[in-house]
Design a protein around this ligand. Structure first.
Ligand code: GLA
Length: 400
């Protein structure tokens, strides 16, 4: 039997700290099925948590010291829980410190320090929210270990939404990435066999069955790195905000707070007075919001063919209007389109590199995967990595 993530994490905890863990927590990764770059524009998203996980094990400790060991990434992060302040971007330790900091600020004061070890099988930097999965698993660990006063791991949905917001704050304010709520929401609200919708303005959400039998969710990693694109997320945010500012000047700041307050007709009537890049970005966001509404309707009607069509339209809009695709991602979608069982596919997450997410007819997963690898390799010379996934439950933590 292969070693589970929990076994790996337990072995790492015992190796690093000597003591056996008393708590285990887990959070899934997520795919974005529709609603690309809508979350930071007050828009609509449609996502699913998937069965790739971060697992955290450990225990509360005496005193105010914390130590966290990762099995995938080198080193032990050690810090004093009362001396955390926002700092450098990106490294996994920043996420661990950021979650500790944000929960301390929001739900503290923290009761004690802790020792923890984590293991995961979420591909890193591939658009599957490895960082939100880490955040959610780590938060559930802190809660289950009793480090956070008044919170217990049997969180209802209101408490999960509050936690999602705290985790977003930790990423925005501590790590310095201006992301929306999509990732943390998905990792916390996932349900096996279901997609998730979220209105990022009202925070209304729903869990929609993907079908019975559900189509496969196949993530294909383009084998291209996204390091070069790290700054592009904030550039796109600024371009969207330029359009908001344009309409605020014409219609008033109380009427227009985000792109959600502008209709496609209003955008098109001001088209010639807007700069090229910002107006294209805004058109993508507004048409994506519509596709989420249509996609949710399609799922309610059990129409996965229509849902797949919307995913392809979403990818085309990312490629042409938001311009966050890449030749490799486009080649991967072209390859998927000629593979058996393909219903639809698009880039997942921020974009520019990383993964595509494909919906594939039930029973065709293996055949599809083989064909997409062959076609993509022929086109690009690169070997993609295929992850056959299923929609999964959200984060949990418990004694163990
Ligand atoms: C990244 C961010 C999300 C979202 C997507 C694009 O994954 O973390 O908040 O903005 O990009 O939809």
């Amino acid at each position: 039997m292969p070693t589970s993530l929990e076994q790996l994490a337990r072995a790492a905890a015992i190796d690093a700290f000597g003591d056996s863990p008393t708590v285990v927590a887990q959070a899934p990764a997520r795919v974005e099925l529709l609603g690309n770059h809508t979350d930071h524009n007050g828009g609509l998203v449609l996502a699913a948590a998937i069965d790739r996980y971060t697992v955290v094990v450990g225990r509360a400790s005496e005193g105010r010291q914390a130590a966290v060991r990762s099995t995938n990434l080198r080193g032990v992060e050690a810090f004093t829980i009362d001396e955390l302040a926002p700092g450098e971007q990106g490294a996994w330790g920043q996420y661990v410190r950021g979650v500790t900091w944000a929960l301390g600020e929001n739900d503290g004061p923290l009761r004690s320090g802790f020792e923890a070890a984590l293991a995961g099988d979420v591909p890193l930097g591939a658009g599957l929210s490895s960082s939100a999965s880490l955040q959610a698993a780590f938060a559930m660990f802190l809660i289950a270990a009793g480090v956070i006063p008044d919170l217990t791991p049997d969180l209802d949905d209101d408490a999960r939404m509050a936690l999602a917001k705290t985790l977003r704050r930790s990423e925005n304010a501590f790590v310095g990435v201006a992301s929306g709520l999509l990732d943390q929401f998905s990792c916390l609200f996932g349900r096996a066999g279901h997609a998730l919708t979220l209105d990022c303005r009202s925070l209304a959400y729903d869990r929609l069955p993907l079908g019975d039998p559900a189509p496969a969710i196949i993530v294909v990693d383009s084998a291209t790195s996204r390091r070069l694109a790290d700054g592009m997320y904030n550039v796109r945010r600024a371009e969207c905000e330029a359009v908001v500012k344009h309409f605020q000047e014409r219609k008033g700041a109380d009427r227009v707070r985000t792109l959600r307050d502008i209709t496609l007709d209003e955008l098109l009537s001001d088209w010639d007075t807007l700069d090229e890049a910002p107006r294209l970005r805004a058109r993508h966001v507004l048409t994506e919001n519509d596709r989420v509404v249509q996609g949710a309707d399609a799922l309610r009607a059990g129409d996965v063919v229509e849902f797949g069509r919307l995913m392809l339209a979403s990818h085309a809009s990312s490629r042409d209007d938001f311009q966050n695709s890449s030749p490799a991602l486009d080649a991967l979608i072209d390859s998927a389109q000629v593979s058996p069982g393909f219903l639809g596919g698009k880039l997942s997450g921020a974009g520019w590199a990383g993964c595509t997410v494909n919906l594939v007819q039930h029973g065709c997963a293996e055949e599809f995967s083989k064909a997409v690898v062959d076609a993509y390799t022929k086109r690009t010379g690169l070997t993609p990595i295929v992850h056959i996934c299923h929609a999964a439950d959200g984060a949990w933590g418990r004694a163990g």
